[in-house]
Design a protein around this ligand. Sequence first.
Ligand code: 13P
Length: 254
Amino acid sequence: MRRLLIAGNWKMHKGVAETTSFLESLLAEDLPPAVDVVCCPPFASLPAAAMMLAGAEVGLGAQNVHWEASGAFTGEVAAPMLAELGVGWVIVGHSERRTLFGETDATAVARARAAQAAGLEVIYCVGETLAERDQGATFAVLERQTSGLAELDPRRLALAYEPVWAIGTGRNASPEQAEEAHAFLRVRLAGAFGGGAAEGLRILYGGSLKPANARQLLALPDVDGGLIGGASLDLRSFSDIIRAAAARAAGVDS
Ligand code: 13P
């Protein structure tokens, strides 16, 4: 069975002081060893987080990365710089990057390649908007967004299915909607890397994942964890989601 991965995308929340106190409390929790846990603070908080998480079981991720290793790219951060800090993961292609900052499928693939070349694990985000879903275009969108996956290294890759209409809205995908999309993405992974590799790759669900719906969503056969925004900012709710994942890993259903 795939190890479940619970990743917190803090977005533009938590400076150094808040990052430090949150991670202190998280590390003091008795975290279940069966679940991989990653926190993705904003860039400015990464050095402090990296110091705290060095040697810890909790992984550290960034929320974006540039596709070049260095150069005249004002305001950007390169993958080798993240690796040097001790960052092990990076989120690529998040819908907020796509809608607010001009991310395209091509730039997302370029970022992911650069990250993997620097040894980072990539959480590659896809997902349709409400208009696209209403037009019946969900699978066409997911197909397009995953068309460059074959260029990536499956050994350092997780997908995240994040329906845009579920992000920050309190309205999560139903279990049927999530499983259908994840199963489709598994087929896309098989097309890119072969069936054996696809079976081993994790597909995270993201979009209003919270303690109240975590057990139901994390129980789905093709859901291998979560990428969590709002609920990852609060220690109690993040830890409850991690425990829901551990219960699934242990085959416990309550
Ligand atoms: P919410 O959990 O706040 O809906 O955000 C999801 C997300 O965008 C994670 O990347």
